[in-house]
Design a protein. Sequence first.
Length: 446
Amino acid sequence: MNRLLIKNALLINEGKRFKANVLIEGERIKAITPPQPSPEERNGWTTIDASDLLLLPGIIDDQVHFREPGLTHKGDIRSESRAAVAGGITSFMDMPNTLPQTVTVKDLNDKFDRASEQSSANYTFFIGATNDNIEELKKEGAKRAAAIKVFMGASTGNMLVDNERSLERIFAETEQIIAVHCECEKTIAANKARLIKQFGEDLDVTFHPKIRDVEACFNSSSHAVDLARKYNTRLHLFHLSTEKEMSLLEAKPLNEKRITAEVCVHHLWFSDEDYAEKGNRIKWNPAIKSRTDRDALRQALIEGKIDVVATDHAPHTWEEKQGSCLRAASGGPMVQHSLTTMLELCRQGVFTEELVVEKMAHAPAELFGIKDRGFIREGYYADLVLVNPNAPWTVSKDNLLYKCGWSPMEGVTFSHQVEKTFVNGHLVYDNGVFDEEYRGKELIRL
């Protein structure tokens, strides 16, 4: 049995920071003790001296697109889970817009089988809604999914649910959390037609937030909130991007909410001022918008209106990212750099490290009811990350792990670096070296 002592670490957990030793026996945390000489050091336990390092609970990313099956030229469970653990992510929740789309219990189970053979991190999957699969969503087997994903706006994979009766039934008749991508297609179509008429079809990326604008987001998000309130549905709003949408949310404890929200790292880091330099590298759906929107998202996260920080990790090949904003693919890879990006915002005084841990580890575990994960607690799985807070490094093609081979963060210098990542007590990533044989576990819900 694995017996490991991490000593002299600075734990950041449940709103506190304190020096401690953490003992891991097998897959779980056996004890958290004061940082003093431990008998385990003398009794054959493997010891890691974590002096001057931060020890965080492993990050749980509630929205990734690892592209398997069917789109594996962009990424796959193996490649992207390796990048994730190198970035401190120990668990992920994968989206259904693959080929085939994950819209049946059979396809859902097939994904779990693939992950058990390929994933370095722990895993679960969403089942996707369509205009006509309500009976599939109500099957007992669908409850294995983390939640139901509803595209109330079209994006990669075109899983748009645009039949109002179907939407009503999904919100009214299913029991699971409904997680939504919200952008109003009618508003987008009208914006696109107007801008093409005025400027032609060769629109650069700066037109993207004008096409997928604030009103497109708010019109759809507010509709989802109205449906959730009508049917008392448990609703989770993915990747909010506008100041206006913050009016839909309440600042209160997570366990008192029926409507929760996520923000993505790129919407907290970039603004539309960055399109000139980054171009299509930062073309996402929903679009990155103004500095005012970005600052409102940051404030809403601090106030507790927004509950979770995730990546919406969505790799595309470099070739697929070329062309006008009407042709270039939307989305980009982020799992390797999400934690270090958020910690850099802490260094800049935007957030605290305690808040980052809350929104990237504690809250996803609580929101989705994940059993024995998301916290550094005795008896919990030892999903842990050791971070050096004073190890500057610069993102470059030479240190990227994404299968697509590029990153919107190239050229950025971070002050924090992930040194070691433990998944279920197992050292999966160690200063650039992976345990290639280890496989994560399915996330089990309470």
